[in-house]
Design a protein around this ligand. Structure first.
Ligand code: ADP
Length: 629
């Protein structure tokens, strides 16, 4: 985390961002207030620190370039005053040779300067990209609930790329130009202090233009970046949800939505172009004024004998040399302003603190038996809004027990199981595992003890074997196959031509929902957790898959404390405990006894469970009851 912590240093930004997801990450198109420039710039420059050695090389090369650039007018002045006007032909040849040699040296130094700068830019971009992604991967669920994936992606790629442009190009050009401006001043003062004064008179005009320009172009760039991020987020959503789009025939709507957003990007870009286009005319006028003044005042001075002809020509050449820095300054200000806007967005991510973190004195959870207790647990997703998703929940699961959670949709079942691995932090009450308060142990060790198989299974674009071994990359092929056998998917995988090496995902084999579920179970099994959280699929499956799933689940649950969000009759019949939730509260509960299962007890009680069971398991009753022991 070296770089990430180095980068995440602005205390103020940190405090601001800590409250949750900064508005910008929701991908809103509004350009918020822009922060002060200096702190961002300082922090950006601090990211260069690890590359100090190469940067010293860059500065030396920039100095050498400046000297090589400033020398020719001096040589010309010498050639005019001493050699040409005095008719020294041989010496003119020497002066010409000197100019040629300088040009060659400048070429070589330029190569070094440009390559080293590009190298530094790429390295810094690399570090930043990694730091942002590393940080993103540490952020809590509550952050992802509110952030838009596309917007985050654009921060890791597009914004970091802008910073690459800043470090890899703009920074050194700005430095070289500054050196040139100061260098010219030095030479002119050395020649004649009046020339120096005349030159200094031009600088405020340039500075004024730069200031006015920067003030306008910075918010404009910020708008461009925000609109671009919103466009990325919109496209990402449309493409990720293409199935739904097509299903409801909303292609035209999505096209129009993306088109509108693209139009906003266009307008924002055009606005920056309008501002940028004003810069060159302004610079040309300033240059024209400067050159005319030089000729007018300088010419009179030469006639009066106050300065030499060579000095006037040298001075005029220097004034012409200003054109490049001025012209580039406009462009570079663009890049710098763009970089500031991008840096704000990148730092915003880095400054966001995860809600769930290790306590300062956190210790690793030792091996546990799996006794889980919830004591008076209350939780609201938005603590300020106050609507509680869970209210005063108490429960105790003995090691190895299966607890089935039942209730209407939105009752809080998922929320309840998500509190156990600390995806979210309850506002009241506490949760313990074998007596260890889960907020006192390290998050990593807590999650190591818990396995989760969710209803929607996410498979990575990798082989089946790699997907199964995702939670335990050191698992051997034998262990992977063993896990697959337990969940009844080994024979199917073996029947594929590439077996465990078969790719899944876009370019690979298409798996059914039931197969994906079993792969997810095998994945959990490989991590050998003491505590298991299962979210049963709601969709009905054919009898054969159902039978296999039941067998798989039975094997996986054995010896583990298991929480199941139950949708199947078979599961509730097997449960040691059933909790019925409604509106975030446990409204009914029962424990199996040798005489009566929890399911039977709750059906007999005739409350909400009975109604739910009648509705939910109705279709299954006939077929499944026969299959269940
Ligand atoms: P269940 O799993 O029983 O269907 P949930 O635990 O998913 O219920 O939801 C309980 C309540 O919390 C619901 O009112 C739901 O709208 C709300 N909720 C669930 N997830 C979030 C979230 N990520 N952010 C805000 N509210 C949420």
């Amino acid at each position: 985390m070296k770089n990430s912590s180095q980068l995440a240093q602005s205390e103020k930004g940190r405090r601001q961002a800590k409250q949750g997801v900064p508005g910008g990450m929701r991908g809103g198109g509004k350009a918020g207030p822009t922060g002060p420039v200096w702190p961002i710039l300082r922090r950006l420059l601090r990211t260069m620190q690890p590359h100090a050695l190469i940067l010293t090389g860059v500065v030396l090369a920039a100095l050498a370039t400046t000297v090589a650039e400033l020398a020719p007018p001096w040589i010309i002045r010498l050639a005019v005053d001493r050699f040409i006007l005095e008719g020294q032909t041989a010496r003119i040849c020497w002066a010409a040779g000197g100019l040629l040699a300088l040009a060659l040296v400048q070429g070589g130094v330029d190569f070094l300067r440009l390559y080293l700068t590009a190298y530094t830019g790429q390295r810094i971009a690399f570090d930043l990209r990694n730091a942002v992604f590393r940080h993103l991967s540490c952020l809590s669920f509550s952050f992802y609930d509110r952030a838009r994936t596309g917007d985050l992606m654009s921060r890791v790629t597009a914004d970091v790329d802008v910073l690459n442009n800043f470090f890899g190009r703009a920074a050194v050009i700005v430095l070289t130009n500054l050196l040139t401006l100061v260098g010219i001043l030095g030479v002119l003062i050395a020649w004649d202090w009046r020339l120096g004064l005349a030159y200094l008179g031009l600088l405020p005009l340039i500075a004024l233009g730069m200031w006015a320009y920067a003030r306008r172009v910075r918010p404009a760039w910020r708008r461009v970046q925000r609109q671009l991020a919103t466009l990325t987020a919109t496209l990402q959503e449309s493409l990720a949800g293409i199935l739904v789009v097509k299903l409801f025939g909303r292609e035209a709507f999505e096209r129009e939505r993306a088109g509108r957003q693209s139009e906003r990007v266009l307008q924002a870009n055009l606005e920056t172009a309008r501002i940028a286009s004003l810069w060159m005319p302004y610079a040309s006028v300033v240059m024209g004024v400067g050159t005319a003044l030089v000729l007018w005042v300088g010419g009179q001075n030469v006639i009066a004998g106050a300065i030499s002809l060579g000095t006037l020509i040298g001075f005029a050449t220097y004034i012409q040399m200003l054109l490049r820095p001025i012209r580039q300054t406009g462009m570079m200000l663009n890049v710098v302003m763009q970089a500031l806007a991008a840096a704000e967005r990148v730092f915003e991510v880095l400054d966001t603190q995860p809600d769930v973190q290790d306590a300062p004195s956190a210790y690793p959870l030792p091996p546990v038996e799996g006794r889980v207790r919830f004591e008076g647990v209350s939780f609201a997703y938005d603590a300020e809004a106050g609507a509680e998703a869970l209210r005063n929940v108490d429960l105790e699961a003995a090691p190895g027990e299966t607890v089935a959670l039942v209730g209407p949709s939105g009752a809080g079942k998922t929320t309840l199981v998500h509190l156990l691995p600390r995806f979210y932090e309850p506002q009241q009450g506490r949760i313990t595992i074998d007596g260890h308060d889960i907020t006192r142990v390290t998050v990593q060790s807590l999650r190591d003890a818990i396995g989760i198989a969710l209803q929607t299974v996410f498979l990575f674009d990798a082989s089946i074997g790699e997907n199964i071994a995702y939670g335990n990359p050191h698992a051997t092929q034998r262990e992977i196959e063993q896990a697959a056998r337990v969940v009844q998917i080994d024979d199917f995988i073996q029947s594929l031509p590439l077996g465990y090496g078969t790719p899944v995902g876009e370019r690979g084999v298409r798996l059914s929902g039931g197969q994906k579920q079993r792969i997810a179970l095998a994945r959990v099994l490989l991590t050998d957790p003491r505590i298991l959280i299962l979210d049963e699929p709601t969709s009905s499956v054919d009898a054969e898959t159902e039978r296999r799933m039941q067998q798989a689940l039975g094997e996986v649950r054995a010896g583990r404390t298991t929480f199941v969000i139950a949708h199947r009759l078979w599961t509730v019949q097997q449960a040691d405990q059933i909790l019925v939730l409604r509106d975030g509260q446990v409204v009914e509960r029962a424990r199996s006894t040798p005489e009566q299962s929890a399911h039977q007890a709750l059906v007999a009680a005739g409350g909400l469970y009975r109604q739910l069971a009648a509705l939910q398991f109705q279709t299954e009753t006939l077929g499944a009851e026969g299959g269940a022991e």
